[in-house]
Design a protein around this ligand. Structure first.
Ligand code: NAD
Length: 410
């Protein structure tokens, strides 16, 4: 992932006037912090967990990016995701730079008190490197609003006053934004409708298949259903469910609520298929919303849908992307498709700074504006080229290099 990111940056910066300088700034994060976070376990032993924070580029605003607690976190993954955040913020034009954080830990092995220590300790050990006008964290894999509340409290305690704008993804009663939970999925639905329109496909009744039925997949399904689309397949880690006539989404969600812990594949509303197979059913749109590296050079030929929306980060390999393009598919890249989350994080930061909070309709309306404008900017940049990923990177890198030139960085 890290070498792919660097290669794409090299390609795209190569087209600019001051190519070498821009590439030299962007090829590595400006700062990568490696920390050891202490946790006193319930057996009395103090363990240290390795954590990272990569701060990629802050030419256009404070660093912004999530923190993940996961055993698979690596320094290269954190670096690559910090670059993606920089690109994402520039594509939708919000005044943040890219960052990402992570701790190498399996949080399911910690009790609640230990997770709280880890969360507070991460903020404490990073100290003045974080802050509402420096670097603003958010939730990511295996971190949530509860953890954001602890981190907010720790930062506020250190500085002696409440800093609601220090972190986003907080609970709604503590300066969180309405619509933050659904934001990424809602944003996915906005660009999906735009992409269908561009292909001349009527969204009414358009068939959509979604891999991953978590926060992003589910919220995208709900928003697309409200817009008239038909969800024909969904999957989670344990399997998929397919119904060519459309799944009854309300019934499926109610079934899930009642059947805690069971896979959607067990629901009685369609035919069971493999977790990956949902990407290959007949449909107008497929949305990989689970993991990276799902559509590859080997399986891309099986994708039937004309539109692929990358809701997950990095769901398509380089070879898979090339094959989809060659087959005439429209691929809305992750740096645009899933930018709804960071956009509503930006709204949360703005609301916290002004201590004035918007209702859900207002958040959705503003989010639609940012996502549609981002989509239109990328399409305009692409011109006749079908490669929207490259166009998104070009839009972002050009905006960034203008800011860096003005600031005298290059
Ligand atoms: P989540 O944990 O809520 O849901 C993930 C879903 O994917 C679950 O249903 C899980 O069972 C399923 N899944 C896991 N492995 C699978 C597999 N092999 N096949 C099919 N399904 C599988 O996560 P999420 O928040 O919905 O995030 C999904 C993706 O979107 C991730 O790549 C994440 O980095 C990206 N993303 C999320 C946000 C956000 O705001 N949540 C923002 C930007 C990007």
């Amino acid at each position: 992932m890290w070498s792919d990111t660097q290669e794409l940056l090299r390609d795209v910066t190569g087209e600019l006037d001051c190519a070498t300088s821009v590439y030299n700034v962007l090829k590595e994060p400006r700062r990568v912090l490696v920390v050891q976070v202490p946790v006193r376990r319930s057996n009395g032993v103090t363990e240290y967990f390795t954590g990272y924070r990569a701060q990629h580029n802050n030419a256009c605003g404070p660093y912004k990016g999530g923190i993940r607690f996961h055993p698979g976190v690596t320094i290269d993954e954190v670096k690559a995701l910090s670059v993606a955040m920089t690109i994402k913020c520039r594509v939708v034009n919000i005044p943040f730079g890219g960052a990402k954080g992570g701790v190498v830990v399996d949080p399911s092995q910690l009790n609640e008190h230990e997770v709280e220590q880890l969360s507070r300790g991460y903020v404490d050990v990073l100290g003045d490197n974080l802050g509402p006008d420096k670097d603003i964290p958010a939730p990511d894999v295996f971190t949530n609003s509860r953890i954001m509340a602890w981190m907010f409290d720790e930062f506020s305690r250190r500085s002696g006053r409440n800093h609601f704008s220090f972190i986003t993804g907080k609970p709604a009663h503590m300066g969180g934004s309405r619509g933050r939970e659904e934001a990424t999925g809602f944003g996915v639905s906005v660009v999906t409708l735009r992409a269908l329109q561009r292909r001349g496909i009527d969204p009414n009744g358009a068939r959509v298949a979604i891999q991953g039925f978590g926060n992003v997949g589910r919220n995208a399904a709900e928003a697309l259903t409200r817009s008239g689309c038909r969800i024909v397949a969904v999957s989670d880690v344990a399997g998929g469910l397919y119904n060519p006539d459309g799944l009854p989404l309300g019934d499926l969600l109610a079934w899930e609520d009642k059947s805690k812990g069971r896979s959607v594949a067990d629901a009685p509303f369609g035919r069971r298929v493999g977790a990956l197979d949902v990407l290959f059913v007949p449909a107008e749109v497929v949305i990989p919303a689970a993991l990276e590296d799902q559509i590859t050079g080997d399986n891309a030929k099986s994708v039937q849908a004309p539109v692929v929306i990358e809701a997950a980060n990095g769901p398509t390999t380089r070879d898979g992307h090339a094959r989809l393009l060659a087959d005439g598919r429209t691929i809305v890249p992750d740096v645009l498709a899933n930018a709804g989350g960071v956009t509503v994080s930006y709204f949360e930061w703005v609301q916290d700074l002004g201590s004035y909070f918007w209702d859900l309709d207002e958040v959705r309306a503003r989010l639609s504006v940012f996502m549609e404008r981002g989509f239109d900017d990328v399409v305009a940049e692409a011109g006749k080229s079908p490669d929207l990923r490259r166009a998104a990177y070009r839009v972002a890198v050009r905006r960034l290099s203008e800011a860096m030139l003005d600031r005298g960085w290059i």
